[in-house]
Design a protein around this ligand. Structure first.
Ligand code: ZN
Ligand code: CU
Length: 481
């Protein structure tokens, strides 16, 4: 047999969690066509992978890459250099479509960019742009509640939506789902969206039922009231007949450290009755917009960007305040609009959450920050190297499953996230002995070590030492329903 590509003598991690095995893997076109001893076959290109691991391309379960997937290969280098081949966009209630904007979007919508980027009044228009000008990675899209609210409520979002406005949001969501979006996300934690009562969310999310969509949420509270928020999330799922994903599960703020012993068993019990999973990033610090009213003396804050003071990006807020001879609160007000890293979690919780059988790995990276949280460039190699290999938190097989097979199953991505004949050739070749994240809070945009090559739909997208190729083989991936 003749293949376009044969990767020989690789140690295959197939994405299901099954024990690694040695094989040659043949690719023709966009598919894996053969696995096993392919010594009788030849490939137009052959890669000798002795001692290296071959895994399905990683699926980043939680991203804010809505705009990054539209701006070419450079924008996605942070992901391809980690072995990521598919990104889930539209998380935390914020998506680039379906809304047009005339003035600067209210935080956190501005994490995606200024008003000039909100140029798609339908998901169909966004999908069309992706088709015409493809990304180097695959895109799987959610529609954000906040984007729907801004449009339906005409910018007047500091209140609950009326029944009529909720109905309009539901119709817009239904249209988007018909045009290739796969689910609905909320960010009820953020002030304007927090004005939405559970009933508003259920009224909008009702569109998921007929379309077989998924509900994904940055919950109302990840701190003191986290148990209530988990209940609310589960109820929204039950009342709309939808599977749910809890975003970046965490127990935030020092007084809640250790509470994963409550949250994980609760989610576990619920999973016996309804479909629920969660994503997590491998760091004890989060990142989002800077919110002066949420500052606390016992949570350190590092600035990631600022419109009036771009030169301060990367500095600790306490140092900025000292330099300006003012309080942190006052300094934060002066820096707005801005973004920040919050050191607000407990490492033991992060590990327990990551190790749980329902977890998926999602970076939650913010690609347009001038001094981003290191998770943007380091998440996947950090889980493989630091947590699986060095700390032994779980096997490499389990780590890969949390980035591939499990994620594809939860989101309903067909023929992705697994290495088997007939599946799409989304692949990553890495060195299990050296794979390691290189980005830190002080140097946040360093390319990871040990990721040898990344293929998207059979095309080479990234080669270590050379960077991104010119290929743009990514497609829109939609939920199987
Ligand atoms: Zn979030
Ligand atoms: Cu997020």
């Amino acid at each position: 047999m003749r293949c376009d590509l044969i990767i020989r003598d690789a140690t295959v991690f197939d994405g299901t969690g099954k024990t690694r095995y040695k094989a040659d893997v043949g690719v023709t076109g966009d598919r894996i066509v053969a696995i096993g001893d392919l010594s009788a076959s030849s490939g137009d290109r052959e890669v000798l992978a002795s001692g290296k691991a071959l895994a399905p391309g990683f699926i980043d379960a939680h991203t804010h890459d809505d705009r990054a997937v539209l701006c070419g290969t450079e924008c996605m280098l942070c992901k391809m250099s980690q072995g990521v081949t598919t990104v889930v966009v539209g998380n935390c209630g914020i998506s680039l479509s379906p809304v047009r904007m005339k003035s600067r979007p209210v935080p956190p919508l501005d994490l995606l960019g200024d008003e000039s980027w909100f140029a798609f009044d339908s998901f169909g228009a966004y999908a069309e742009r992706l088709r015409k000008d493809p990304s180097p990675v695959n895109t799987y899209a959610l529609i954000g509640h906040m984007s729907l609210r801004v449009e339906a409520m005409n910018g007047d979002t500091q209140r609950a939506a009326t029944d009529k406005e909720a109905e309009q949001m539901r119709n817009r969501l239904a249209d988007a789902l018909a045009e290739g979006a796969s689910g609905f996300s909320t960010g009820l934690y953020y002030p304007p969206n927090g004005m939405a009562p559970t009933q508003e969310v259920i009224a909008v999310a009702e569109a998921l039922r007929a379309a077989g969509g998924i509900y994904v949420t940055h919950m109302r509270d990840e701190a003191n009231d986290i148990m209530l928020s988990i209940e609310e999330t589960l109820k929204i799922g039950r009342d709309t007949g939808s599977p749910v994903v809890i975003s970046h599960h965490k127990c935030a703020m020092p007084e809640n450290f250790g509470r994963s012993v409550e949250t994980l068993p609760a989610i576990d019990r619920a999973s016996l009755r309804q479909k629920v999973d969660f994503d997590v990033y491998p760091y004890p610090a989060g990142s989002t917009v800077l919110m002066p009213f949420r500052l606390r003396p016992d949570v350190k804050v590092q600035l990631t960007w600022s419109v009036p003071h771009p030169e301060m990006a990367g500095k600790m807020l306490s140092d900025i305040a000292r330099g300006w001879n003012t309080s942190e609160r006052e300094a934060a007000e002066r820096l707005l609009p801005a973004g920040a890293i919050y050191f607000q979690m407990d490492e033991d919780d992060v590990q327990s959450i990551m190790a749980h059988r329902l977890s998926m790995i999602g970076s939650d990276g913010l690609p347009h920050d001038s001094y981003p949280h290191p998770r943007l460039w380091g998440t996947f190699p950090r889980v493989l190297g630091h947590y699986a290999r060095d700390l032994g938190l779980f096997s490499l097989e389990t780590a890969v499953r949390k980035m591939t097979g499990h994620t594809a199953e939860v989101f309903g991505m067909v023929d992705r996230g697994v290495i088997r004949e007939g599946a799409y050739a989304d692949l990553v070749l890495f060195d299990p002995a050296t794979v390691k994240d290189a980005s830190t809070y002080d140097a946040p945009t360093k390319v990871s070590e040990g990721i040898v090559e990344t293929w998207v739909n059979g095309r080479s997208a990234y080669v270590y030492g050379q960077g991104a190729t010119a290929e743009r083989a990514g497609r829109l991936v939609t939920r199987n329903r």
